[in-house]
Design a binder for this molecule. Structure first.
Ligand SMILES: *[C@@H]1O[C@H](CO)[C@@H](O)[C@H](O)[C@H]1NC(C)=O
Ligand SMILES: *[C@@H]1O[C@H](CO)[C@@H](O)[C@H](O)[C@H]1NC(C)=O
Length: 523
C-alpha cells in the first residue's frame, strides 16, 4: 500500500471537490499539505482505539490501511458503494470506511428502531457534531446549548401564517433584484447564486428583519459562512478526532466571521435590548422575527450579544445551505422539463385568484408541493439520513450489535427508490405525490413536510428538521412565484440535459456553476 500516493489522491479529491464548489481551498495556508497530515492521521488512527465492528460486513477492504483506499473510493463513488452494500447485504447493516471512522449503514427497515432509541443511547446531536464538526465550525455554544432549536420548531412554525406576506414580499423583491431582465428577452444566470441570494434575503427577513436582511455585506458573510462550514467540516473529518482542534485552527475562521457578523448585528440587538429594558418584552413596534423570539427566551450567557450572533449565524447556515440546494435542484429540473411550467402556473393562478397569497393558499398548491417533494425524494441533500452516534452499546431487535462510539446512518436512498412505494422510482415524476394524495385521500402523509419511514430527506421523528415548515413555505412561495412570473429554460448547449449532480461521499449537490435562462413570462 503506497501511503504517499493514497494521501495525494485524497488531497486531490478534496481540492477538486472544493474547486467544484468554488471554495478555493487554500492549501498553502494550512502550512502543511493535507497529504502530509493524512499520513500522520494514518499512524494516529492505528494507535487510537476504535470500536470493534468486525461482525458488521464491509463494502471494500476492511484492513487498517487498505480501508483508506476504500475511504477514498467512498469520496469519489459514494453512491455506488452504498448501492453495492445495500444490494449485497439486502438492507442489513454494513459499513463503509471514511477517513476518520467507519460509517454503519442500516436499511429503511431499521428506521423505527433508530427513531425510538433514546438520545443518550443513539445521539443525533453528537452525530451532527461529528459530521459538521459543529464545535469548530459553528462554535461550541451551538453544540452544547442549542436553545434556538425549540424556538424554530415552535414559534417560527406557528408564525408562518402571519409572516407569509413578508416572505412573499421578500421573494418578489429579491428575484426582481437578482434577475435584471430586459423586456421579454432571455438572460442567463448562475442558478445557485441567484437562489442563495433569494434564500438568504428571505430567510433573514424572518430572522432579523428589514433593513439588515437586504444588506449586501450581511448576505455575503452569511453565504460565505455557509460554504466555510461545509468545507471545514469535510476537511476536519479527514483526520482522527484528536487532531481536530489542530486542523480546525487552519480550516475555520469562526472568530473572524463572528466579529464581522457582530458588527452588523450589534446595533440591532442593542436597540432591542434597550427597548425591552425600557418598555418590557411586548414593547410597541417589537419586530415579529426570530431575533425577537431569541431575545425573549434567552437567559444568562445566551443573552450576550456576541452569543446571540453565534445563534443567528448557525440558523443562517442551516437555512441557506439546505434550502438553496433544494431549490437549485428544482430549477434545473424545471428548466430541463419546461412542459411542467404550465400545469404549475395554472394551479397557482387558480388558487391565488380565489384567495390571494396566503399560507392557506400555499397549502392548496398540491402540484407545487409535489414537485418540491419529488426533487427531495430523488436527491435530498444526500443519500443518507438520520445520522446517530452510539453513546452506549445498542442492539437492534434482529441482534445487530452497534458498539458504543460508532456512527450509523439510514440508507434513505433505498427507501426513496423502493418500487413498492414509488412506482418507477428511478423516474422523475414531479406530480407523483399530488396523484398519491388524490388516490389515497387527503391525509397529510404525502405533504412535502411530512416525514415517514418511506420519506426521509428531513429525517424522521423528534429530530426531524425543525425548520422544515418554514423552509417548505419559503420553497413553495419561491416556486409559485417563479412559474407565474417567468419562463425558464436551459441553454441550448445543454441539449436539454439537466446539469449533472456532484456526488461526494453521501452528499448529492447540484452543479454550483451551471446556468439557467430566465425571461419575463410572455403568455
Ligand atoms: C458566551 O458563551 C460562552 C460559552 O459558549 C461563554 O463562555 C461566554 O461567557 C458567553 N459570553 C457571555 C458574555 O456571556
Ligand atoms: C457544471 O456546469 C458547468 C456549466 O454547464 C460545466 O462547465 C461544469 O463542468 C459542471 N461541473 C461539474 C462538476 O459537473
Amino acid at each position: 500500500m503506497d501511503l504517499t500516493r493514497l494521501s495525494e489522491q485524497a488531497a486531490e479529491r478534496i481540492e477538486k471537490f472544493s474547486a467544484n464548489l468554488n471554495l478555493n481551498l487554500d492549501m498553502s495556508r494550512t502550512g502543511l499539505g493535507i497529504g502530509g497530515l493524512l499520513m500522520l492521521a494514518l499512524v494516529a488512527k492505528k494507535i487510537s482505539e476504535q470500536p470493534d465492528l468486525s461482525k458488521i460486513p464491509t463494502v471494500g477492504p476492511s484492513g487498517m490501511l487498505s480501508s483508506y483506499a476504500g475511504a477514498i473510493r467512498y469520496m469519489k463513488n459514494g453512491k455506488e458503494m452504498l448501492l453495492e452494500g445495500f444490494a449485497k447485504y439486502g438492507g442489513k447493516p454494513f459499513r463503509i470506511p471514511t477517513a476518520n471512522h467507519w460509517l454503519i449503514i442500516v436499511g429503511p427497515k431499521y428506521v423505527e428502531e433508530v427513531r425510538k432509541a433514546p438520545d443518550n443511547v443513539l445521539s443525533f446531536l453528537e452525530a451532527t457534531n461529528d459530521l459538521l464538526r459543529v464545535e469548530y465550525t459553528l462554535g461550541p455554544r451551538i453544540h452544547h446549548d442549542p436553545f434556538h432549536i425549540p424556538i424554530i420548531r415552535s414559534q417560527l412554525t406557528r408564525s408562518l401564517g402571519v409572516l407569509c406576506t413578508d416572505i412573499r414580499d421578500e421573494i418578489v423583491t429579491a428575484f426582481n433584484d437578482e434577475l435584471p431582465l430586459k423586456g421579454h428577452e432571455w438572460s442567463e444566470f448562475t442558478a445557485l447564486k441567484v437562489v442563495q441570494q433569494v434564500v438568504c434575503r428571505t430567510s433573514n427577513r424572518i430572522f432579523v428583519g428589514l433593513p439588515l436582511c437586504r444588506d449586501p455585506e450581511w448576505r455575503a458573510l452569511n453565504i460565505k459562512h455557509t460554504l466555510d462550514v461545509v468545507k471545514a467540516g469535510a476537511v476536519i473529518n479527514l483526520f482522527p478526532n484528536f487532531m481536530a482542534p489542530f486542523v480546525a485552527q487552519f480550516m475555520t475562521n469562526v472568530p473572524a466571521t463572528v466579529n464581522n457578523a457582530y458588527k452588523h448585528l450589534r446595533p440591532v440587538i442593542d436597540e432591542r435590548l434597550k427597548a425591552v429594558a425600557e418598555y418590557g418584552k411586548d414593547y410597541p413596534g417589537r419586530p415579529n422575527d426570530l431575533l425577537s423570539w431569541l431575545i425573549d427566551d434567552a437567559e444568562g450567557q445566551q443573552l450576550d450579544p456576541r452569543n446571540l450572533t453565534l445563534y443567528m449565524l448557525a440558523v443562517n447556515f442551516a437555512a441557506i445551505h439546505t434550502t438553496s440546494m433544494s431549490f437549485t435542484h428544482v430549477l434545473f429540473s424545471l428548466a430541463a422539463n419546461p412542459q411542467y411550467i404550465k400545469p404549475l402556473r395554472e394551479e397557482v393562478e387558480t388558487i391565488v385568484a380565489a384567495e390571494g397569497w396566503s399560507k392557506a393558499a400555499l397549502g392548496k398548491m398540491r402540484k407545487i408541493d409535489s414537485f418540491l417533494k419529488e426533487e427531495q425524494r430523488r436527491f435530498g441533500i444526500g443519500s443518507l439520513s438520520m445520522g446517530r452516534k452510539a453513546l452506549q452499546d445498542f442492539t437492534f431487535s434482529d441482534g445487530t450489535f452497534i458498539p458504543k462510539g460508532s456512527t450509523l446512518s439510514v440508507a434513505s436512498f433505498a427507501a426513496h427508490l423502493d418500487e413498492r412505494v414509488y412506482k418507477n422510482a428511478e423516474a422523475f415524476d414531479p406530480f407523483r405525490f399530488a396523484e398519491m394524495r388524490e388516490e389515497e385521500g387527503e391525509g397529510v402523509k404525502h405533504h412535502f413536510v411530512s416525514t415517514n419511514p418511506e420519506y426521509l430527506p428531513f429525517g424522521h421523528g423528534r429530530h426531524a428538521c425543525p425548520g422544515r415548515f418554514f423552509a417548505a413555505n419559503e420553497l413553495k412561495s419561491m416556486l409559485a412565484h417563479i412559474v407565474t412570473e417567468y419562463d425558464i429554460k436551459l441553454a441550448d448547449e445543454a441539449g436539454g440535459q439537466r446539469p449533472a449532480n456532484i456526488l461526494f461521499g453521501g452528499s448529492v449537490v447540484p452543479n454550483q456553476t451551471a446556468k439557467v435562462l430566465f425571461r419575463k413570462r410572455v403568455d
